[in-house]
Design a protein around this ligand. Structure first.
Ligand SMILES: Nc1ncnc2c1ncn2[C@@H]1O[C@H](COP(=O)(O)OP(=O)(O)OP(=O)(O)O)[C@@H](O)[C@H]1O
Length: 249
């Protein structure tokens, strides 16, 4: 079983207080929703896992590729990671097809592999009919799906998606959830989100980060137990989240 583990991970931005201190988290296969209030450190954690930021101490290990950060085998680690940043903006001038090919190549696939895999990833996110359109001409929701296609085309073991559905309308969010549900369950998928109403039925597990600390990590079912007075699963999750996270945030 693949696991992505952080051990005693600490991080602070320059001239800022410590944000993550001795964080220990293990993500396994399946879809995990990363919840937490604004400023909790979700994007930072994802950027550390993507190795866009470097942690101060501790380490990150991807067990079945025998690679870790810091490590001698950073390249091997990076080849197993796909990352969709929160502020994804398509590169101007590229078609959807070229954009997904380019993203897969940037994520570590060879040029030939990237080209070969792009059509399936474009189809997976429902953009086949727009494959020859300019990426910048897509709507906001379609652009997010384009970003997701780039992450999926790489066929990495770990897929990191930072608030992929922020600002999308309910239809586009539904569409995104359906795509997430279709991702190979053996992959480690970590998705930061504020949309607790989208969790039930899409995610297997929930990890709650608050003030740089892990407040909860377990199955969606276990999480719902904190919202026991509610009956609707979505209300249970919202209520559980409210109980776990300090209201003063
Ligand atoms: N480049 C930076 N330099 C200094 N501080 C930063 C930087 N980026 C983020 N921070 C700070 O680190 C903390 C965590 O930010 P981060 O973006 O990781 O939180 P988040 O949980 O993703 O928040 P949100 O839900 O609002 O996206 C915040 O206090 C933020 O102001």
């Amino acid at each position: 079983m693949s696991t992505l583990a952080m051990e005693n991970l600490s991080f602070s931005y320059p001239r800022s207080a410590v944000l993550l201190q001795n964080l220990n988290v293990v993500f396994g296969p399946g879809r995990t929703a990363l919840l937490g209030p604004n400023g909790a450190g979700k994007s930072t954690l994802i950027a550390l896992l993507a190795t866009v930021l470097s942690h101060k101490s501790g380490y990150i290990a991807l067990n079945d590729s025998d690679s870790s950060v810091p490590a001698t085998n950073l390249r091997k680690y990076r080849q197993q990671i796909s990352w969709l940043p929160q502020d994804f903006v398509p590169v101007g001038g590229l078609t959807v097809q070229d954009h997904v090919t380019y993203s897969a190549w940037l994520n570590g696939a060879s040029r030939r592999e990237a080209k070969r895999r792009a059509p399936a990833a474009i189809s997976q996110v429902g953009l086949t009919e727009m494959a020859q359109s300019k990426a910048t001409a897509l709507s906001g929701g379609q652009q997010r799906r384009l970003g997701l296609a780039g992450a999926l085309a790489h066929d990495a073991k770990v897929i990191l998606l930072d608030e992929p559905t922020a600002g999308l309308d309910p239809n586009q969010r539904d569409r995104f959830q359906t795509i997430l549900q279709g991702i190979d369950p053996e992959k480690i998928v970590l998705v930061s989100t504020h949309q607790t109403e989208d969790i039930d039925g899409t995610f297997d597990r929930i990890c709650v980060l608050d003030k740089g600390q892990q407040k909860f990590h377990g199955s969606v079912f276990e999480f719902m137990a904190f919202g026991e007075s509610e009956t609707d699963p979505r209300d249970k999750i919202r209520s559980a989240y409210g109980r776990l996270v300090d209201r003063e945030n």
